[in-house]
Design a protein around this ligand. Sequence first.
Ligand SMILES: [Ca+2]
Length: 329
Amino acid sequence: MSLTHRRSGRWLGALLALVVMFVLQAATATPASAGPGEAMQKCERNWPDSHSWTADISGTSRLVTAMGNLEPGSVIRITASGSVHNGSWFGQWRGPTGSFDDPAPDASWPAPRVDKFALYGTWLRSGSPFHAGTNSGCLDYTSARAQGNGPDELGVGVNDDVHHDNSGSFRVTIRVWTNSSEVSDAGFEGQSTSSLSAPWSGEGRGFKGVDLNRRFAHTGRDNSFVHTGRPGWNAITQRIRVMPNRMYRMTAWVRTSGNFTSGVFGVRPITGGTPAGSARFGEYAPPRYQPLVLDFNSGQNGELTAFIGYWSPGYDSWMQVDDVRIWAH
Ligand SMILES: [Ca+2]
């Protein structure tokens, strides 16, 4: 009897050890899918990036556009090696760190206040340069994006006021981590029939559905639409998961019949009520798609309904919707 007890005790112990090992492994392993707002964490922990870019930046480069299509929610890290000779008879070979603690004095240098001869980066959105050196650390594009109206691009260059006599190059790698969008089937490419199906839904009694490969899409083959002559509200919607009290950005592309001004898009609690964020659209001249952009705070919500719709004026009108995305900032 006592022997059986000891045996079962040993078995229990072994089982417990296995469970503990499993839990420890699960805790340290990379999660299969990233939650919202994790791009910064992924960058800091050096986890696999969303995409990257590597090239040699010649010592004669004042500014090279290295990365385009940056998005809110993206985090980047620039790393560099190699050396550049800054020309002239007293010139020297220097690494990407440049001349330590010797900031460029004025705007005759490409990156004023950044150390001379260093590799620097510039958000083309705001035009503001920063020291990149051998390792820029993790930089949040969302904050940079709030300033300026330039393109969503990142440039890099060598901070030298006289470039033409330089030699050598820096090998530069830019890695980008992007918070995944909380919207599934963003471009409606996963819809297999012309009726809206999960994860998408519709609101209102007007005619709505999916244009399958009808050349109406913003990108890909498919898009959603509302087309009605009846008065009333119609919308394309999706329930999304969010983290409470976080900033998010919603973007979508719409094209409309141009004869209404009563479009509304945004997010609201799944039980209805006041939207956590919304904005109006309308009166866009066809046939061009227009971007919609909205920043909002998720508030107390763990789930929200994202919607893009319009109050039909009661005569023939339509909208087409494609590429709906919502990122954590
Ligand atoms: Ca599409």
